[in-house]
Write a new protein. Sequence first.
Length: 322
Amino acid sequence: MKRTTFSLDRHLHKEFPVVVGGHGSELYTKDGRTIFDATSGAAVSCLGHGNQRVVRAVCQQMASGIPYLASGFFGNETVDELCEELIKGTDHKMARVYLTGSGSEAMEATAKLARHQRLDGESDAAFVSRKAAELEAKFQELGPETVIGFVAEPIVGAALGCVAAVPGYLKAMRDVCHRHGALFILDEALEVQRIIRSHNVLDNVQKQGAYLGKLLKQRLGDHPNIGEIRGKGLFWGMEFVKDRRSKTPFEPKLNIAQKVHDMAISEPYNMTIYPGTGTCDGYCGDHVMLSPNYLVSKKDIEHIVQVTEEVVKAVFENVHSS
């Protein structure tokens, strides 16, 4: 039976599974299915779904009568505690925190902050340079006094499929920016921070992340249509190619990444795999990502890789036979 919806979804003519609940790595749908969330939503639910400490903290704040305050008028102790926890996570290398509701809001805020009380205008080149020498040259070309900031992503997620910065890249970019007095901007809840610190969560991320990468490469590293398997921690991506040697991408009309996602989330697999496109030039190129929550177990990792392997192989069998 077709579901009536009044929300403006990402795809107007596509039916999405209706989720009514969740626990840990599992999502429960209205039609009775259990879906293994191997992507933590959009790589966001890092402690899994329905974490009781987070639920209690949220309920306590709601019950206080101040679930929302206008930050332009009021301060709040809970907000300040979260900011303090985030600063501790930098070994106090940072002094202040500005909280937003999404990555897009955060990047917009950094752009506004960079422009505040500075000269009008902006330099796109300062936000796209990838090497220290090129960034330095651009500073000199534009004039250091006109450059207000440089934005870098430690790991490019949805746009490129878990492409990590090479070792030393971020430090080199930071050094150039600091030398010229420009902002160095990295694109990146209180109870979540406390759980991460008190439960050795990062140890699990490193251990299970290494296992996830190892298994993916063992099972799919030789697949003729996988150009690269890359990632760090529990954030891994696979790039699909028509030819491994030339790394030629598939035609966009084939929707390879979307086919992988659609098959994975359907019966009998019931698992999320995050699709992405535009890997090569913003238009061509397909990739998928896996980003399970930080509390994932070894058994979960093995399940994720098993399903991913079966789905990828099935999709390409269909593609090559059509």
